[in-house]
Design a protein around this ligand. Structure first.
Ligand SMILES: NC(=O)c1ccc[n+]([C@@H]2O[C@H](COP(=O)([O-])OP(=O)(O)OC[C@H]3O[C@@H](n4cnc5c(N)ncnc54)[C@H](O)[C@@H]3O)[C@@H](O)[C@H]2O)c1
Length: 253
């Protein structure tokens, strides 16, 4: 059973791997020898891929794609399959946050956020799932949030999207687990990444947040790495439909 966490040469499609938690996913998957194709809007993607590839055993390449645009998403997925030959592991990580009160939250921001945080997740699961169903194996990891469990404050679209990611993960698992596909989600807690620049160090918000984190600190991108390898590997073959918190104990309070 020594190879329980082996993902050497596995083919991975990862969204939003350019910064934050997605970059941590790319690093650990590459360290474990996987071949990764990133879809990200980040203009610096090429350099990021070279930087990660140069440090580790596996390989990382990518394509600049705006996941709000469905034809770009479909072309990006096709480019990934052309390059990798197949997909063993899909990680839907790219996501956006917009903050505004419910009564004034603009509908165009709602549409934009739901498109990337939820619809793109479903579309990519569908595209990857069709190939995984043919070969009767696959690992899908969707990045959810603590907002999958509670409503948050002044983040109506984000909370709705992440609640949706949680339910979608279970719906996909219900149909696909019997075909050898594990579909799970990771719910990161409060992590110090570019997504949270409005909160980290903010004297009005930070003390309340940290007071509720038993680990008494912000999470860092490295904190997600072990869970990603677990859910991407054989170690989790009988785990499906789960939304796994990586939150420093927050949900236990
Ligand atoms: N940081 C946290 O505390 C936290 C907590 C819970 C969940 N999450 C979730 O984790 C995921 C990653 O968050 P993060 O904190 O690393 O955020 P981040 O802002 O650091 O990174 C998001 C990534 O998504 C990419 N992206 C954004 N819009 C895109 C688009 N239209 N097309 C393609 N790529 C796009 C960005 O370029 C970036 O690489 C998100 O789904 C987020 O909701 C984060």
């Amino acid at each position: 059973m020594k190879n329980l966490f082996d993902i050497n040469k596995k083919k991975v499609i990862l969204t939003g791997g350019g910064t934050g938690l997605g970059k941590a996913c790319a690093e650990v998957l590459c360290e474990y020898g996987a071949e990764i194709f990133i879809l990200d809007i980040n203009k610096d993607l090429q350099n990021i891929c070279e930087e990660v590839s140069s440090k580790f055993e596996g390989s990382v390449i990518g394509k600049i794609v705006d996941l709000r645009d469905r034809s770009q998403l479909e072309n990006g997925f096709a480019a990934a399959i052309d390059e990798l030959g197949t997909v063993d592991i899909l990680i839907n990580n790219a996501g956006l946050q917009y903050r505004d009160n419910c009564e004034s939250f603009p509908l165009d921001k709602w549409d934009e956020l739901l498109e990337i945080n939820l619809t793109a997740v479903f579309f990519l699961c569908q595209l990857a799932g069709r190939l995984m169903l043919e070969k009767k194996s696959g690992k899908i990891i969707n990045i959810a949030s603590l907002s999958s469990f509670f409503g948050g404050y002044s983040t109506p679209a984000y909370s709705a999207s992440k609640g949706g990611v949680s339910q979608l993960t279970k719906a996909l698992s219900n149909e696909w687990a019997k075909h050898g596909i594990s579909v799970n989600a990771i719910a990161p807690g409060y992590m110090d990444t570019p997504l949270n620049t409005a909160l980290v160090g903010n004297p009005d918000r930070e003390p309340d947040i940290l007071a509720r984190v038993p680990a008494d600190r912000w999470g860092v991108p490295d904190d997600i790495k072990g869970t990603v390898i677990f859910l991407a590997s054989k170690a989790s073959d009988f785990v499906s439909g789960v939304v796994l918190p990586v939150d420093g104990g927050y949900l236990g309070r």
